[in-house]
Design a protein around this ligand. Structure first.
Ligand SMILES: C[S@@+](CC[C@H](N)C(=O)[O-])C[C@H]1O[C@@H](n2cnc3c(N)ncnc32)[C@H](O)[C@@H]1O
Length: 279
């Protein structure tokens, strides 16, 4: 492979490689890879089409990873969520746009931004939920749990990036096992896909324990509902699979709580709920 290219030529070449590998939006992704690798912005790209670049082999290795359908976010190590930029790597799930709706739900149920409220998050992953909530609830404290050390490392990087280490404490463990403190509000985007379901190639790059939630899929959600009710946690907002609403309603049928409301995602699928225990 040559090492000197005009920007225009390089974009063309990368775009061809990606398009042959059936990557959708190949030319846009070529631009994104180039901008990220050479640390350039959109304006530079538009105004430097005839500029010659010295292109190391390392760049083509990244292009090859994308051609093998590794998600762009893992290659560039960054991802946007709720208008903020986060660090990401293979240790944690790539945040999904619909998880922004979980944040909006919490804001709807708990309007007081200044309250001294204690949150817990189960399955913190990259840290996006706790971080965005900590920015909004300026006096809140967070205990954020994950079963994966690799995920906690990603969360730690992001928490440090946003200077929130004094209000978000990370703990390794399953569900709320490592939390004995009184919690006011539990949030979670747990794994909720049924074990063994065949997924797209790009999902195979993501941590499997971030996706699969058990034989049926909603086992972890049920375990969290039990925790919320037995510990008297007043509010619980949780993301779920589009087909899990009925089972969650049924699971709560004979239990004591004040309200259960479901919310939908951008495609109008059921995507999560908020359980309020006390009125
Ligand atoms: C769907 S990801 C969510 C990550 C992040 N909160 C987000 O919304 O992008 C689920 C996370 O739950 C973690 N997890 C899986 N089983 C768990 C368990 N039993 N207890 C705590 N965390 C768990 C996974 O490691 C993963 O980081």
């Amino acid at each position: 492979m040559r090492s000197r290219y005009l920007v225009k030529e390089l974009l063309q070449k990368v775009s061809e490689i990606l398009s042959e590998a059936s990557i959708e939006r190949a030319s846009r992704e070529a631009q994104l890879l180039l901008m990220d690798f050479f640390d350039k912005d959109e304006l530079w790209l538009i105004t430097n089409q005839q500029t010659t670049l010295e292109v190391p082999q390392k760049f083509f290795k990244l292009v090859q990873r994308r051609a093998e359908h590794e998600p762009l976010e893992y290659i560039t190590n960054h991802v946007s969520f709720y208008s903020e930029e986060f660090y990401i790597d293979k240790g944690a799930l790539i945040p999904r746009p619909e998880t922004e709706l979980l944040i909006d739900e919490v804001k709807k149920y708990f309007p007081d931004q200044n309250a001294n409220i204690s949150f817990a998050e189960v399955g913190v992953g990259s840290g996006i939920i706790s971080i965005i909530l900590a920015q909004h609830y300026i006096n809140a404290t967070f205990i954020a749990v994950d079963i994966s050390n690799a995920a906690l490392e990603v969360a730690r990087k992001n928490i440090e990036k946003f200077a929130l280490s004094d209000r978000i404490e990370l703990r390794l463990g399953s569900l709320l096992e490592p939390v004995s403190e009184k919690i006011d509000y539990l949030v979670s985007n747990p794994p909720y896909i049924e074990d063994g379901l065949e997924l797209d190639t790009n999902l195979s790059y993501e941590p499997q324990n971030a996706l699969f939630g058990g034989r049926v899929g909603d086992e972890l959600i049920q375990a969290l509902l039990d925790e919320v009710l037995s510990r008297g946690i007043n509010l619980f907002t949780c993301e779920m699979g589009y087909d899990q609403k009925g089972k969650i309603q049924k699971y709560l049928e004979n239990k004591q709580y004040s309200s259960l409301e479901f919310y939908k995602d951008y495609s109008d699928f059921d995507r999560g709920f908020t359980l309020k225990v006390k009125s």
